[in-house]
Design a protein around this ligand. Structure first.
Ligand code: URA
Length: 426
């Protein structure tokens, strides 16, 4: 084969469509270490500016899947459907959703990630439960899925290794925010995981990766197309992330809220999105069950407890509590005009719930508890939120970031729908 890295970079830089041979060669050589990071960086930047044609994107995604192992879930005796969220503030939905859908008879193979920046990661949240393991071998993952129907753990090193390398490079070269690169990154991992169906929660708004709804819609359509082309039935919901989901942002705090939902309570918005996604997941594989009933009658909670135990955790253990808890109070009477997802996410991150670099530790106890939501009437002196931190330095930094998070004024905000649109394949 006579492909060279420089030739591929030049072709993309000058706007030519890459051939299948060029794409497969480049991604394979990069995964093996035969193409240097600086060359891959240059190609990523060229893709960032030039985009990809549907044909290029399809081959690129397929090459990423083939860079590692595709899991075989054929030993799982139930249908399998996974969910992926593009990430947001207070987005703990995977935690109640996975055992809920499992309780309705559909297995959920959740390979999740860690938080970076202002959005939290499901694994960091789960790890606030004492004893829980999130690093399972491929065999453990499949065995738990077959037995319990619910598993939430980290992806192994052999799942789409090309993406692992490329994502780390994108993170430091300003090439994350490219629709074809995001779509191929997410979908290569989900397709390699072996699921037969996938529901995507694509978020837009201040706390989301894609702030503008049009870009979120384009990302959703691109991912749905890739899933369908690879034999994974895929549906996407476009959901609002302008204001945080639920009342908590922070690892252990979000586990607490998850338990409220599994007990049949919890914030209305978290319950609404959880049920909307659960119905889509069940619908994809034709299972006629009512997830609201499984929340009410305790089956979802039972499944959560079984899942946590199967991964070595103690579902009855006390969750960590922060050493410092500070109230944020309203300075005037009025109405809560805005609770800004981005500001709340950054505050939770600074309080210690998130990390700035992949290697950083996170606090299980830190974060934000909201006492109000948009549209609530408040009196001067009333508690709007609590800031939780393990030490005074994090508390101070979080307090500073939270300053613009809640705006109290005179005008009640317009209510907007949580689920804006549903996008399905042809
Ligand atoms: N999550 C991923 O897995 N990949 C991206 O590119 C962005 C978010």
């Amino acid at each position: 084969m006579s492909v060279s890295a420089v030739e591929v970079i030049r072709a993309k830089r000058d706007g030519s469509e890459l051939t299948e041979e060029q794409i497969r060669w480049f991604l394979d050589a990069y995964t093996r270490g035969a193409v240097a990071d600086e060359q891959a960086s240059a190609l990523l930047m060229a893709v960032f500016f030039r985009g990809m044609t549907p044909a290029e994107l399809s081959v690129w995604t397929d090459a990423m899947i083939r860079s590692g192992r595709r899991l075989d879930l054929s030993s799982v005796p139930m249908p399998t459907v996974d969910k992926h969220s593009t990430g947001g503030v207070g987005d703990k939905i995977s935690l109640p959703l996975c055992p809920l859908v499992a309780a309705c008879g559909v297995a959920v193979p959740q390979l999740s990630g860690r938080g970076l920046g202002h959005t939290g990661g499901t694994l960091d949240k789960l790890e606030s439960i004492p004893g829980i393991r999130t690093a399972l071998s491929g065999d453990e993952f499949v065995a738990q899925l077959a037995e319990v129907g619910a598993v939430i753990c980290a992806a192994g090193p052999d799942l789409a290794p090309a993406d692992r390398k490329l994502y780390a490079l994108r993170d430091v070269t300003g090439t994350v925010e490219s629709i074809p690169l995001i779509a191929s990154s997410i979908m290569s991992k989900k397709i390699a995981e072996g699921t037969s169906g996938l529901v995507l929660d694509v978020k837009f708004g201040s706390g989301a990766f894609m702030r503008e709804v049009d870009r979120a819609r384009e990302l959703a359509r691109t991912m749905v197309g890739l899933g369908d082309a690879h034999g994974v039935r895929t549906v996407a919901l476009l959901t609002d992330m302008d204001t945080p989901l639920g009342r908590t942002a922070g690892n252990g705090l979000e586990i607490r809220e998850t338990l409220e939902v599994l007990e049949g309570g919890g914030p209305a918005d978290v319950v609404e999105i959880t049920l909307a996604l659960a119905r889509e997941m069940l619908g994809l594989v034709g299972v006629d069950a009512d997830p609201a009933e499984a929340l009410r009658d305790g089956r979802a909670m039972d499944r959560w407890r079984t899942m946590v135990r199967a991964q070595g955790g103690d579902p009855d253990a006390r969750l960590p509590v922060a050493r410092h808890i500070e109230q944020v109070r309203a300075e005037r009477d009025g109405v809560v005009e805005r609770v800004d997802a981005l500001a709340v996410g950054i505050a939770a991150w600074r309080l210690g719930a998130g990390r700035a670099r992949k290697e950083d530790p996170v606090s299980a106890a830190a974060g934000v508890v909201l006492h109000v939501v948009q549209g609530d009437r408040v009196r001067a002196g009333q508690t709007l939120a609590e800031l939780h931190a393990d030490d005074a330095a994090h508390l101070e930094s979080g307090r500073e970031a939270f300053r613009s998070a809640i705006r109290v004024g005179d005008t009640a905000p317009q209510a907007s729908p949580l689920v804006l649109e549903r996008i399905a394949g042809a």
